[in-house]
Design a protein around this ligand. Structure first.
Ligand SMILES: [Zn+2]
Length: 132
């Protein structure tokens, strides 16, 4: 277990049906976000370098890989948290879906592997309580 991880409740929605789930998440420190973004961009930089040698396509592929790399790296850097694991129950077919480890983004849309419905998964906002 990562030391700074926390478990949060999730809600899962299809039309008028709601279920709940949970996710273990953690905040990503700035240095780690920068490192991960840099690593992604580096991979695409290498791809761009090698596609320079592909005949004809070298007009398209290198700038395209740089563009994709920059976009993905920026997305990675923009994410301030990481979802480590999670589980929701599909409101439609009641199948338990495991959430993959990836950059945190709410709400997220995921396709149910049981019934192929698009599920909208969001952090569950607790009812407003008076602050202490
Ligand atoms: Zn389902």
């Amino acid at each position: 277990m990562e030391p700074s991880s926390e478990k949060i409740p999730l809600s899962c929605q299809v039309d008028d049906l709601h279920t709940v789930g949970w996710s273990v998440r953690r905040d990503l420190p700035q240095s780690e976000r920068l490192f991960r973004a840099g690593r992604i961009f580096a991979i695409f930089l290498v791809v761009a370098f090698f596609t320079v040698f592909v005949p004809v396509l070298h007009f398209i592929l290198p700038p395209l890989s740089l563009l994709i790399g920059a976009t993905l790296a920026f997305n990675e850097y923009a994410g301030t948290g990481e979802m480590l694991s999670g589980e929701v129950v599909c409101p439609n077919c009641k199948k338990v879906l495991e959430l993959p480890r990836e950059t945190e983004q709410w709400p997220r849309v995921q396709r149910c592997s049981g019934c192929s419905f698009s599920l909208t998964i969001d952090r569950q906002h607790r009812p407003a309580t008076s602050s202490h």
